[in-house]
Design a protein. Sequence first.
Length: 364
Amino acid sequence: MKANPRLKSEEFLPCLKGLYRRYGYLPYKMSKFEEYDLYVRNKNFLVSDRILTFTDIDGKLMALKPDVTLSILKNSRQESGLQKVYYNENVYRPSPGAHGYREILQAGLECIGELDDYAVGEVVMLAARSLEMISDQYLLDISHLGFVAALLDSLKLEQQARSQLLEAVSQKNTSALWSLAEQWAIPQKTRDVLCRLALLYAPPIEALPQLEQMVCTDAMAAALKELRQLWNLLEQYGLGDRLRLDFSVVDDTRYYSGVVFRGFLPGLATGVLSGGRYDHMVHRMGRIGGAIGFAVYLDRLEGYGAVCQGYDVDVLLLYDENVSPARVTAAANALLASGKTIRVERQIPPELRYRELRRLKERG
């Protein structure tokens, strides 16, 4: 699928909504406003602590929401199973290099509740498919905060030291890592692992054996097992070529846990998608279970463009006039059961866009 320049970001929305609905995610709408206290209590979860506020007619301090995830989590139902929702909402954040604010359109999804390996894999897969709608040359960089946190936990460092080391890893700054390791008397073997981890950037099939050599605690082994399970699932979806393991993808470990990821497109310097598992945030808000989700930053796609899906259907199924209706029905049902969208015709319809053409012919 090739990029089609100048397609407006709003044109992606029907494509993304259709993708998420296909996997059972339900639409979620929310108010533009939230009580300011929600953001005060969770300010480190936000991109910026600069928030637009106002006082409502009851004297309550309110805010134009700078984030979607916190609102969904606050209002989510506490029940068994999973709550799966998708959204497209505007958030309000400071303009870079300016004194004003800007309205940013985001689309994304959240999966909240009793997460298992499949649920995590499904969300990461949907993040990849979201990027694939824009360009088949996307990259999805994946990390696991549990692997990094377990290594730092083994050192029993103060929070300041942990934060400095995480920042150096996020910048792939091995000089800073080496200097900090000397400052905090970190053993030579652990210094080497930190530097190797910071520089690692490779497809999972190449990176996972390297990670196995770095494991030095049970918690790191458990995180590596989760990454292997995720890789196995994503490989089944046919996504292996566009994935990279990159431990410079880090977030605040007070909120995030487990898998985190960011999506990139050719020609754009900044990521257009970010997400991850934020179980710690769930627990801070007095809930049980876990949560994982992602957001697509549609404002960053203005002028970039892509063909929305690029296709009207996955498969165009053509059949000869002598093929029995029962056989056509069986073939159509098999395709639908595999999750594909189809159109069944005797002839190729003009201007129909399809991924794949299949023909049913009379058996000779």
